[in-house]
Design a protein around this ligand. Sequence first.
Ligand code: ADP
Ligand code: MG
Length: 699
Amino acid sequence: MRPSLLNPLFAAITTLPGIGPRLEKLYRRLFGRDEPARVLDLLFHLPTGAIDRRARPKLSDVVPDTVVTVAVTVDRHRPPPPYRPRVPYQIYTSDETGDLTLTYFNARRDYLQKLLPVGERRYVSGTVELYDHMRQMVHPDRVVAEADLAKLPLVEPVYPLTEGLSLNQVRKAADAALARLPDFPEWQETSWVARERFPSFADALRLLHRPAEPADLRPEGLAWTRLAYDEFLAGQLALALVRAHLRRPAGRATPGTGHIRKKLIETLPYSLTPSQGRAIAEIVADLAKPERMLRLLQGDVGSGKTVVALLAAAAVIEGGRQAALMAPTEILARQHFNTIVPLAAVAGINVAILTGRERGRERNAILEKLAFGDIHVLIGTHALFQEQVEFRDLALALVDEQHRFGVHQRLALAKKGEAVDVLVMTATPIPRTLVLTYFGDMDISELREKPAGRQPIDTRTIPLGRLEEVIGAAGRALAEGRRVYWVCPLVEVTENADFAAAEERFAALKERFGTMVDLVHGRMKGDDKDRAMAHFAAGDTRLLVATTVIEVGVDVPEATVMVIEHAERFGLAQLHQLRGRIGRGGEHSTCLLLYKPPLGETAKARLNILRETEDGFRIAEEDLRLRGEGDVLGTRQSGLPGFRVARVETHGKLIGAARDDAALVLSRDPTLASSRGQALRQLLYLFERDEAIRLIRAG
Ligand code: ADP
Ligand code: MG
């Protein structure tokens, strides 16, 4: 149960004065929420800047085009002539040093006469500009009488807005929300707070929404940093609790005999790279321990994660238990299946696949064999979480392309067995700071080097205007017997008619090159997709027009050319993933990035980085720098928790401290029962990591 102290913050935003259902919809849009907007959401909606109204010059000293607050006397009103409403309403004012004209368009006369009565003194704040050598202010931001001067906010925050919501409305609402802030107990260690000179959580929010200086709003300032640290601590505490919970029903030791692994290794047409060997050793050691494994296998595209997964599976199968391998798409699941089956057969491992497509009798047969333990490895998509799927004795969950799955799904798979060991694999090299952020103190194995014999990929950028040349080059590659991917951003022509449609490109290329051209895209039926991929893998077709369905994990080592149309529309990580589909064999590969000029700065930087490097770790760091943390992990698709106030670029260096702090807290007070523990529970609620609290109860 949420502490009642927090209720006013979790109340609907409509409980604030002046916000009804219509505005609530706009706030929902502003916060990007599907569910009703709450007071808390508004408090975490931080200003992006501030207007500084502190300059109070005499009119003769006003610097044009700056924001000032001036004291003027109202001399004369000049309303527009009758029936000429387009002519502005002007008000002439002055001080002892000069004149200032206030200009209003479409203004209500009675309103202005009340606001600026002739002969009175008023404080007017806004931007002064010179118009025909005359000072004028168009629509002053603020006009107050002397008596109300104290109410004029001299440093006024500016919020991100959405159409239909004005700055004033959001400011007023934020004021009302601040008034709901209760007195929280301090949940941070008091000595640390004192040393860092952090304001309290509530004061930090007050300072950010009501800055005294524009500098108060800087993300690296004390207020913002305090909130960021709070958010990190909440995240790290939640992760530590999840981890403790996962480990609690002490894992089962699954020592392997090594005989199946030996057979597999002998069957492989290559020898393992040193980092593959190391990763397998680390995993096997984890499996042999009575503690649960929670390990991340990081390896750039093409680094050979699949075989590591298979050998890990072999180790548990040697112990008479089962493994599951979950992939994010059906294409990938089938590809894993097709790669693994021939190897597994030699070693006597039974492998089956389960996706949304296996239905009826076929599906029942799979489920039955699985429950009997006749299937040793089950490969599939999220269909693996379904209730009817029961293993005889699941020991190891292998989750491929982790960042596409949410934390919940990962946990759901782990529940399919008793004390299941979990190995998650990601092809997006995640910068270290983000690993800590999202996975906490998960153990990590890295595949740093690519398998031997790989050639560098020659990457070039070419404007779309030279499409004909590119088609010619593709034709020459085909004539040499090479295989070509041709990637288009979208499946069909949308409202934006210049999108290169895969269907259209397919038709055009087919006309040119005939039946060796094929098409695969996300709207196709599973069977048709498989068929297209299989034909391409077998070399029956040699130019495959595709959408990003080939982005993740698809493995056709013979493909050596990739054309990406409208490369400027893809993110850096995505381009890197796509390009990773080529350069997988011993042949020289070429990647042509077609872009539509003119390129924006960021797009240019992205394409340049790709030309410069194939190092996935470097690309991930650059991506983080260019686009912020959300995109690196594909937070949107995956449902991974993002940050509300922390910014990884600015505050990321605090994550390590928050992690240590969380570990220390839980080592002293594992159930968060002490008074600081109780305060920390409130922190978990505030940042909506409270699911972790339930794990304490359950344990
Ligand atoms: P990813 O890490 O992207 O999932 P894969 O597991 O799909 O990479 O492996 C990419 C390709 O490299 C596959 O064709 C695989 O057979 C091959 N491969 C894996 N390990 C090695 C190795 N040690 N030596 C040579 N080729 C390897
Ligand atoms: Mg893979």
